[in-house]
Design a protein. Structure first.
Length: 161
């Protein structure tokens, strides 16, 4: 085989390049034709119809959920407003209760003087305790005050403690 000259080699390579480019263009045209055929087939396919039906169903569900969300949102707003109203009412009632408690604390215990009258006052208790510390017996204190033995003993024990 004879040695190929540079010029011949370049021409051969250019022809091969040209043939390859023509083959690439032919393959690209075949690909486009196949894509168009696939698109036409898909347009007429039952699979596309099923997908469209599913898409429509999903769109309907989305609308339904959106309307439910709006309804729930309105309900939540109403409930929040009701909670705020109840909280403010609760604060007012607590304020009223504290005022009533203050008024009740200001009233004297047994302000009408109802019930059993006390036989002993602070002055008498102090006198009994002084008598006991001076050495008087419980019986002597009882006779002098006119109170029962147990009552005198009770108030005199308070001195020792």
């Amino acid at each position: 085989m004879a040695k190929e000259t540079m010029k011949a080699k370049i021409e051969r390579l250019e022809q091969e390049k040209k043939a390859d480019l023509e083959r690439i263009m032919q393959l690209n045209q075949e690909i486009l034709a196949m894509q168009e055929a696939a698109d036409r087939d898909f347009e007429n396919s039952t699979y596309k119809v099923q997908l469209e039906q599913q898409l429509a169903t999903q769109a309907d569900k989305a609308k339904l959920f959106e309307s439910r969300f709006e309804q729930k949102s309105e309900t939540n707003k109403e409930l929040r407003n009701k909670i705020d109203e109840l909280n403010s009412e609760n604060k007012q009632l607590k304020a009223e209760i504290s005022l009533l408690n203050e008024k009740a604390a200001q009233k004297a215990h047994n302000e009408r003087n109802a019930g059993r009258k006390a036989k002993i006052n602070e002055k008498l208790i102090a006198e009994m305790q002084m008598m006991r510390t001076r050495g008087m017996t419980i019986q002597a204190i009882q006779k002098e005050t006119g109170l029962s033995y147990g009552l005198v003993q009770k108030y005199c024990k308070m001195v020792k403690n």
